[in-house]
Design a protein around this ligand. Structure first.
Ligand SMILES: Nc1ncnc2c1ncn2[C@@H]1O[C@H](COP(=O)(O)OP(=O)(O)O)[C@@H](O)[C@H]1O
Ligand SMILES: [Mg+2]
Length: 277
């Protein structure tokens, strides 16, 4: 086992105070939201670390901090020994940035509606100078096929696709920079259950084929049942429990984890052992 990503004591505080003049006039104190509260975690290469927790628990903020979209208030994030994010802003080398990608819940928001799919998928290839134009178009064909689309889809626009297919386009785009680590923030939450399963299967297959490491974020424990190696549970910004998936499903340590398990529509390990399916 080798650690690929290390999150060290990361906190993120948002200042949601009204403007200063207003605060002074109305004698209000500053209003701060501690979205992420001193989180540390370690993600093994080739594995899936699932981060679960109810809405508002800080999952997306932690995800955005890890990939460097928003700086932490304190703490640091390391990728394969290189600094990925820290409170004091330091530019991350493109060779490191290229290896870390993110997939969002809503592919509507993350795919430019005016661009053809081929250009959307090719953009990271161009941005990181990974190949010349001719090679790039061949690489786009390959990526589209890898995610279960057709190379002819390159000429179409995002709105011509279903939700599940659009998520496949985002996956192809994320893969274009040849990442080793992908943060998936509720990638299937907006999809129908049957489509969800297909996208999860695709992510699992890509992990096997490409040796990818995932941080997989969800509010639904059932979704990660078959995907996760490690599971971390977030509550009010803090990581309240982190265990291997097997251990967590067998004996959740925290009352909040037990509550999440109880609310997930899955057969409990106890019930299946005694044969009452
Ligand atoms: N840009 C922001 N400015 C102010 N508050 C924010 C911002 N982003 C998130 N928050 C707050 O941080 C908390 C955690 O939000 P979020 O990370 O989106 O949780 P989750 O993804 O688990 O639903 C919430 O209270 C949210 O309102
Ligand atoms: Mg979120």
């Amino acid at each position: 086992m080798t650690e690929l990503v290390r999150v060290d004591n990361v906190s993120k505080v948002f200042d949601i105070s009204p403007p200063l003049w207003h605060r002074v006039l109305t004698r209000q104190p500053k209003r701060l939201v501690q979205a992420v509260d001193n989180v540390s975690m370690s993600i093994e290469a080739g594995q899936t670390y699932a981060l679960v927790g109810e809405s508002g628990s800080g999952k997306s903020t932690l995800a955005r901090t890890i990939v460097g979209l928003t700086p932490p208030t304190s703490g640091s994030v390391w990728f394969d020994g290189a600094l990925l994010a820290g409170a004091t802003h330091k530019a991350v080398a493109p060779s490191v940035r290229r290896q870390v990608q993110m997939i969002f819940q809503s592919p509507y928001a993350s795919l430019n509606p005016r661009w053809r799919v081929g250009d959307i998928v090719a953009e990271p290839i161009r941005a990181f100078g990974l190949s010349d134009r001719r090679q790039a178009s061949r690489r786009v064909d390959e990526l589209l096929e890898q995610v279960g689309l057709a190379s002819s889809d390159a000429a179409r626009f995002p709105h011509e696709f279903s939700g599940g297919q659009r998520q496949r386009i985002s996956i192809a785009r994320a893969l274009a920079s040849e990442p080793r680590f992908i943060v998936c923030d509720e990638p299937t939450s907006a999809l129908d259950v049957s489509v969800q399963a297909q996208v999860l299967n695709l992510l699992k297959q890509l992990q096997r084929d490409l040796g990818l490491t995932y941080l997989f974020i969800t509010h639904d424990l059932a979704v990660v049942r078959t995907m996760a190696h490690q599971i971390g549970v977030m509550k009010q910004g803090a990581l309240v429990e982190a265990q291997s998936a097997d251990a967590l499903f067998a004996s959740p340590q925290h009352a909040y984890t037990q509550m999440l398990l109880d609310s997930a529509p899955i057969v409990s390990p106890k019930a299946s052992r005694s044969g009452q399916l």
